[in-house]
Design a protein around this ligand. Structure first.
Ligand SMILES: Cc1cc2nc3c(=O)[nH]c(=O)nc-3n(C[C@H](O)[C@H](O)[C@H](O)COP(=O)(O)OP(=O)(O)OC[C@H]3O[C@@H](n4cnc5c(N)ncnc54)[C@H](O)[C@@H]3O)c2cc1C
Length: 484
């Protein structure tokens, strides 16, 4: 009998745990450790943030799903990893701390044969003074953040109905943030919603981003086939904003947020102030801060995790100049080089380098997006890791299933207004996610497989994906057949 422990019940961890349970023998154990009692379909938080969905529409309780599937769920957060065991016992263990009411704060050691770290990001609002919910700006990163954002939006709409002008700032709240695509999706949804509520003329909307140019999305921009032509993502994004009257500031680092005011510095224009009545600014990400220890308590965190807190895997982390980065630097199996029974999936793995070209300002502040790891690759990595672990438990000496972001494509449907008749969405596909200039010398990507369209069809696809992925996550009949 073997035990596989999965840390995190998000896109990547939940996918890994579901397939592990499906593929392992019934007497093997699958344990999921995650601090929240619910699963959150995060992409639809955007719609919660503009008041078109409720929190309940994007959340469901994990306990009944895991009970039915035969997965042992511990509502707790992982705090420390002992990959060589503790004291005289060589059995690897993970130390967890319960968050469940009635057991809150209790600690426990859970033994494992294989461990998948799928803990996603720590939302690092602290990196920018004054940033984030409970401080001076809003977020849609969690369902409750999004619900609060929607409530504040309602208040602003009331003011506009009384004739007041309101200034909205949407974007990322730090020069090193990622997830520009989500901020982009929120701003176009916000603009659509203000039109639907008939107050658009009272709103000034500004997009504030660390991207060098619009349409970078943390993947160094995309060149896509549209109507037989190759169009840079910048043209696509700028025309979308121009048509909707959304202003933008690029190359920006937010170094502080006060009530009604974001303090920024940009690569080309120095320091400045951006006033607002409502600001939705996404935070930068780090790892969740799990420590690693040797058998006698010696700190091994640096062997297992990168300084960012994300887990080191089979990537080439040697520091090199931008021009020397290669697609082959990116990991294929997500296995820890230090401990072969340790894997990281989704946002939890440490990327070898950014995808977008890095830029620093005169003060040395990095102002360029960190690499995104969106839902589709996160789920595909979770599934590949699960398959490799099953094969290793059956005798394979090494992982068997690769899922390199330099060898896979991703589809992203960014809703730009939710209405079954007048809504639109931008449907983008890129291949590969990490550009490979050895294979595709011109743009780093296959322009035949990289395309973007905007229209009502994309909006229907987005609605369909919401229901399809929730059906899959609830492990309802046929879930295995729904692609990642
Ligand atoms: C607003 C928003 C919109 C987005 N829209 C899209 C989109 O349209 N399309 C798309 O492809 N991607 C989208 N993304 C990105 C997508 O949500 C992520 O790629 C995906 O969630 C990453 O999966 P993950 O499993 O790595 O992390 P998560 O889904 O964040 O899961 C991490 C899990 O780990 C748990 N955890 C945290 N700390 C610990 C700990 N110490 N111990 C154990 N468990 C822990 C968390 O509670 C959670 O269950 C969006 C992201 C945001 C923020």
């Amino acid at each position: 009998m073997a035990r596989v422990v999965v840390l995190g019940a998000g896109v990547s961890g939940h996918t890994a745990a579901s397939f592990l349970r499906n593929w392992l023998r019934s007497n093997d154990e699958v344990v999921v450790v995650s601090p929240q009692p619910t699963y959150n379909w995060i992409p639809s938080n955007i719609w919660v943030g503009v008041g078109l969905m409720r929190q309940e529409d994007v959340l469901f309780p994990l306990v009944p799903v895991y009970r039915k599937a035969g997965i042992d769920f511990r509502q707790a957060r992982a705090v420390a990893l002992y990959p060589e065991g503790r004291d005289a016992n060589e059995q690897p263990v993970i130390e967890i701390e319960y968050t469940l009411d009635g057991k809150r704060g209790e600690r426990e050691f859970v033994a494992y044969d294989f461990l998948v770290n799928a803990t996603g990001p720590k939302l690092n609002f602290e990196a920018t003074p004054g940033l984030g919910p409970g401080r001076n700006s809003l977020s849609v990163c969690t369902a409750s953040h999004a619900a609060e954002t929607s409530q504040i939006l309602d208040e602003k709409v009331q003011r506009m109905r009384r004739g007041e002008k309101q200034r909205f700032v949407v974007g990322v709240g730090h020069g090193g943030a990622t997830c520009e695509g989500a901020a982009f999706e929120y701003v176009v949804n916000l603009e659509f919603e203000l039109r639907a509520r008939k107050v658009r003329d009272k709103a000034d909307i500004l997009f504030l981003t660390n991207e060098y140019e619009l349409g970078d999305f943390g993947v160094n921009g995309i060149h896509m086939k549209r109507g037989g032509y190759v169009t840079p993502g910048r043209i696509f994004a700028e025309s979308l904003f121009a048509e909707r009257g959304i202003r933008w500031i690029t190359k920006a680092h937010v170094h502080g947020v006060e009530p009604g005011m974001a303090h920024i510095e940009t690569l080309d224009r120095g320091r400045g102030e951006v006033p607002f009545d409502m600001a939705m600014l996404l935070p930068p990400f780090t790892g969740v801060g799990i420590k690693a220890f040797g058998r006698n308590g010696e700190d091994r965190t640096g062997d297992v995790f990168a300084p960012s807190g994300f887990m080191k895997v089979d990537a080439d982390y040697r520091p090199r100049a931008y021009a020397d980065w290669k697609a082959s630097d990116w990991p294929r199996y997500y296995q820890s080089p230090a401990y072969p029974n340790l894997f990281a999936a989704g946002i939890a793995f440490a990327p070898p380098h950014p995808i977008s070209e890095p830029h620093k300002n005169a003060e040395g502040q990095m102002i360029s997006p960190a690499p995104p790891r969106t839902g589709m690759p996160s789920a595909m990595i979770g599934k590949a890791v699960a398959r490799s672990i099953v094969d290793m438990l059956r005798g394979s000496p090494k992982p068997t299933h690769a899922a390199s972001m330099a060898e896979m494509g991703a589809a992203c449907v960014a809703s730009a207004g939710a209405n079954p008749f007048t809504g639109t969405a931008a449907a983008l596909t890129v291949f590969p996610i990490v550009p490979d200039f050895a294979r595709y010398p011109e743009y780093g990507r296959d322009t035949d497989s990289t395309f973007g369209e905007i229209g009502l069809a994309g909006h229907w696809i987005k609605i369909l994906l919401h229901h399809l992925f929730l059906h899959k996550a609830k492990l309802r009949p046929g879930w295995q057949l729904i692609p990642e």
